[in-house]
Design a protein around this ligand. Structure first.
Ligand code: HEC
Length: 129
């Protein structure tokens, strides 16, 4: 599975760790931790599906960092995603995919749970949009 995400992830990380190969970069991060896919908050399958959507469709303009570091409640995520949809930023996603993603984000990145630990160089990409 992770292999499929590697290109999108490597793209984001290549900017932060230019000296490392994409494969090495991807292995430095525990994606199950970052995206909370260990099955504790949401069923692992749902988490992996949402993670795939994020890495494939949400990392062309900014990294995944603002997504996992930003905490919103359900309405906050609705507002953010509506803004993205209305601006045509994620036109490849169906309304159903966006809604599934919103619920996943609200469940996992909502201010109740501490944000994932990320290397400082990645955190710097938080405000790169
Ligand atoms: C076509 C470019 C583009 C894509 C693709 C994109 N975004 Fe964004 N994103 C932006 C821009 C521009 C901003 C800053 C302006 C704003 O907040 O709307 C942003 C900001 C954000 C923020 C930070 C908001 C804040 O208040 O700090 C989050 C979180 C976010 N996007 C999530 C997502 C998610 C989730 C996806 C995939 C569903 C996604 N983005 C895909 C362009 C994009």
């Amino acid at each position: 599975m992770i292999k499929r995400f590697a290109p999108a992830l490597a793209l984001g990380l290549a900017l932060s760790f230019p000296a490392l190969t994409p494969v090495a970069q991807a292995q430095q991060l525990d994606l199950d931790e970052v995206f909370r896919c260990s099955g504790e908050t949401v069923p692992q399958e749902d988490c992996l599906a949402s993670r795939e959507v994020i890495l494939n469709s949400c990392t062309t303009c900014h990294t995944f960092v603002p997504i996992v570091m930003q905490s919103f409640d359900e309405n906050g995520w609705r507002g953010l995603l509506t803004r993205h949809v209305e601006n045509g930023r994620v036109s490849q996603l169906s309304a159903e995919q966006v809604e599934t993603l919103r619920l996943y984000l609200a469940e996992n990145f909502n201010g109740d749970l501490p944000p994932p630990e990320l290397p400082p160089a990645l955190l710097e990409t938080w405000t790169s949009y």
